[in-house]
Ligand binder design. Structure first.
Ligand code: ATP
Length: 435
């Protein structure tokens, strides 16, 4: 994990937020490569869930909502973790993360931990110029509630009838007691949530199973290693009382299994709760049968920061390679899936001080840029390859003197390190097929 966090900083994937002021716990910034990586992960989700389906529509709701939203959802009353303080070192812990309440794990003193008490994880904020309780609301701790309160607006305007889904990707905020494990547990993060509404016609469990299978396929399509991924089916006592089924998608991180996504059959709980408090009708009126019903909800809620961290960790590889002269060296490589890799093709001249090579390589990069995520670089050949391996670029192209005679370039494959001569006019097709 230390090697990965160092690489993430060195190459511009992830930085600590406000680092020059000493940082702020639980917040991170995505650098030039990290922001592309995260965007690619989100696009891969959006493409699969929204664009490639005709039964899911997209949505984008505000982060700050009417405070009653969080009363109805149960977050005001129950979105708590149990908090424990150490009276000696003043450190705070989540009670369920402590092995015992006898001894402080940080300072080692016994008998200094307080009794666990409720700590609400929602971040409060004031809206408008008056700082009174009436103006207090919260930064949303999940994106889903924006979908529920808009259910009627959406199905009427999009002319959808259940079964259909509403998807949203957006920021959520939780005042986690103990943020940590890099970007795994943070206080500001992005969620990708799908709320799929189905009629109560006996097919709801089958629909839930179909979504679990679809999500399994998505992770596998993007190359997440099968032996580090598991779909854990929640036991009845591990689910909320209203949920009829639940599956946690978990990845084997360097510190153990951690949740990436939760998939749940939530019954009619969420729409019922908002109808009750708002007094507004959020049932679905079926024109065909002239009947009203509250649809059942199947939810998939995935963390985009955790998924981005997962693809980074999953891609990380360090190996010893031996060159033609028998010399050993270490190679760090990020084996990103080509659709997710921030840079797909690196293009270099064999020598940076030969104008004709530089010109040809730059022209080639410009030509390929509209079709792939490309970068131009120059310098020592070994270092160029090492840098691209470290940021996970699947292909590198070298323009050399022979290129002017045979109209070919050398293409190097990141994973096998094999090199191949490919003609200029065949390059785009060659790359498209492999990327
Ligand atoms: P945990 O048990 O890890 O606190 P949770 O069960 O509270 O998570 P959910 O409320 O089910 O999480 O949220 C859905 C998804 O949102 C999670 O699977 C995770 O990917 C993401 N997520 C939740 N909390 C955080 C966080 N503090 N930092 C980053 N991602 C988070």
């Amino acid at each position: 994990m230390e090697e990965i966090t160092a690489l993430a900083k060195r190459r511009g994937f992830i930085f600590q937020s406000s680092e020059i002021y000493g940082g702020i716990g639980g917040f991170f910034d995505y650098g030039p490569l990290g922001s592309i990586l995260k965007r690619n992960v989100k696009n891969a989700w959006w493409r699969e869930i929204v664009e490639l389906r005709d039964d899911v529509v997209g949505f984008d709701s505000s982060i700050v909502m009417h405070p009653n939203t969080w009363v109805a959802s149960g977050h005001v009353a129950a979105f708590h973790d149990k908090l424990v303080d150490c009276r000696n070192c003043k450190h705070r812990f989540r009670a369920d993360h402590l092995a015992s309440l006898e001894k402080c794990p940080d300072c080692g003193m016994t008998g200094t931990l307080t009794e666990p008490r409720d700590f609400n994880l929602m971040m409060k904020t004031q809206v408008g110029p008056l700082e009174d309780t009436a103006s207090t609301t919260y930064l949303r701790p999940e994106t889903a509630q924006g979908i529920f309160v808009n259910f009627k607006n959406i199905y009427q305007s999009a002319r959808k009838r259940p079964p259909f889904g509403i998807a949203q990707i957006g920021k959520s905020f939780r005042n986690e007691i103990t943020p940590g494990n890099f970007t795994f547990r943070v206080r500001e993060f992005e969620q990708a949530e799908l709320e799929y509404f189905v009629p109560d016609d006996g097919n709801d469990m089958a629909c839930y199973e179909t979504w679990v299978a679809a999500r399994k396929k998505w992770y596998s399509d993007y190359g997440v290693r099968a032996d580090r991924l598991r779909f854990y089916e929640l036991k009845p006592e591990e689910r909320p009382h209203y949920a009829r089924a639940g599956t946690d998608v978990e990845y084997l991180f360097p510190w153990g299994w951690g949740e990436l996504e939760s998939i749940a059959h939530r019954g009619t709980y969420d729409l019922d709760a908002h109808m009750k408090l708002s007094g507004k009708d959020l049932t679905y009126f079926d024109e065909a049968t002239k009947s009203k019903y509250t649809p059942i909800l199947i939810e998939s809620s995935a963390g985009m920061d955790r998924t981005t961290l997962t693809v980074l960790i999953d891609a990380y590889d360090s190996e010893t390679i031996v060159d033609d002269a028998g010399k050993e060296s270490k190679r760090t490589v990020l084996r990103f899936h080509p659709k997710i890799a921030p840079v797909q093709v690196g293009i270099f001249p064999l020598a940076r001080n030969k104008a004709e090579l530089v010109e040809r390589a730059r022209a080639l990069e410009l030509e390929l840029r509209p079709h792939f995520r490309t970068t131009y670089d120059e310098g020592n050949v070994g270092q160029l390859y090492r840098r691209q391996d470290e940021i996970g670029t699947p292909f590198c192209i070298m323009v050399d003197y022979d290129s002017f005679d045979d109209h070919k370039v050398t293409v190097r494959d990141r994973d096998s390190m094999r090199q191949e001569r490919v003609a200029f006019d065949a390059l785009a097709g060659y790359l498209r097929e492999r990327l």
